[in-house]
Design a protein around this ligand. Structure first.
Ligand code: SF4
Ligand code: MG
Length: 335
């Protein structure tokens, strides 16, 4: 499969009063045409910063791309000006955030907000755009779209607002949809409906999805591939089956062992003892070493490179070096 997006050795830092925070430290990722790729990891792992960097949505300053490239359709998004990026945002690449209110304008009807992109990017006339807005509201499952199109965000429930945000994101048929915890703020029933909606859209169109989440149930339900991030790095990547049934990185083992049973609510992937590394002074070796039950001397001294374990799976861990002792994953992870 062809890549629609390719991130190469991306480094992103934030300059703060207490110094440089290296939020993203050499991330390589590819998104294939038509796939849904999940990015999982604790808060502070770099998953949101990475996805916002694709859209150039990190506040800058203090955020800045130090190095690396983000190839989309042959062009490097990391080098585009704000003006050039405006033509990509919402047209070629759209983003949905956790809280729909942050992306909706409370003083504008939802119809107008959907129409904006259609008029700007698709050269539609006003009546055409309005007709399309009604179709889109219908597509995302909002009843009475003819009436709803004239209403304001506060007249919608939380779940309905997120549907509106999705309608706006889809208005221009984006090639890539980035969804950052899109259902976290919603109750379980609405959550399932929104995920079904995204799944159908992915299956029907040729939209590729990057889904950022800490909910492994959502990953299993939605994605074909998973990237696990930790300490500003991708520590393991593979198909959903590989990650769930044969994970190789001790951090992935921790995640899967701490996976809540079905219908159990959990706020974040924090069940692993210890705290993530301080990225204003990152460790020179493996970022997980301080919390890893299998850490060896080499781990704290040298950064592990990715080792391929199949055509689709790789992990950055010294245990995959042929000289390392054989370590079995914990019982809870074994199928
Ligand atoms: Fe643990 Fe070492 Fe592997 Fe890091 S490289 S996850 S510290 S075994
Ligand atoms: Mg986040």
């Amino acid at each position: 499969l062809e890549n629609i997006l390719e991130i190469n050795d991306l480094h992103v830092s934030f300059d703060t009063f207490s110094g440089e925070v290296q939020a993203v430290r050499g991330v390589d990722l590819e998104l294939k045409k038509g796939e849904a790729l999940a990015i999982v990891g604790e808060s502070g792992s770099g998953k949101s910063v990475t996805s916002k960097t694709i859209m150039q949505l990190n506040p800058s300053p203090p955020g800045r791309i130090k190095s690396g490239e983000i190839l989309f359709d042959g062009q490097d998004l990391a080098k585009l000006s704000d003006k050039q990026m405006q033509d990509i945002r919402g047209k070629e690449i759209s983003m949905i955030f956790q809280d729909p209110m942050t992306s909706l304008n409370p003083t504008m009807t939802v119809g107008k907000q959907i129409m904006e992109g259609l008029i700007k990017h698709q050269n539609m006339s006003k009546p055409e755009a309005k007709q399309r807005a009604i179709e889109l509201l219908n597509l995302v499952g909002i009843p009475n779209p003819d009436t709803r199109v004239k209403q304001y965000p506060h007249q919608f429930s939380g779940g309905m607002r997120q549907r509106v945000v999705i309608a706006i994101a889809l208005a221009c048929n984006p090639k890539v949809l980035i969804a950052d915890e899109p259902t976290t703020a919603l109750d379980v029933t609405i959550q399932a409906q929104i995920l079904d909606l995204m799944k159908n859209l992915q299956a029907e169109g040729d939209t590729s999805i990057i889904l950022i989440t800490h909910d492994l149930g959502v990953v299993a339900n939605m994605a074909q591939r998973v990237a696990v991030m930790y300490g500003g790095k991708v520590v393991e990547v593979g198909t959903v089956d590989e990650l769930f049934y044969d994970p190789k990185h001790p951090y992935s083992w921790g995640l899967l062992s701490s996976m809540p049973r079905l219908h159990e609510k959990q706020d974040d992937l924090n069940a692993i003892a210890g705290t993530p590394p301080d990225l204003s002074n990152p460790p020179k070796g493996c970022p997980f070493a301080a919390r890893c039950p299998h850490a060896m001397k080499v781990c704290t001294e040298h950064m592990p490179e990715h080792t391929n374990v199949s055509e689709t799976q790789s992990a950055a861990c010294w245990l995959l070096d042929e000289r390392a002792p054989k370590v079995e994953p914990p019982e809870a992870v074994k199928a």
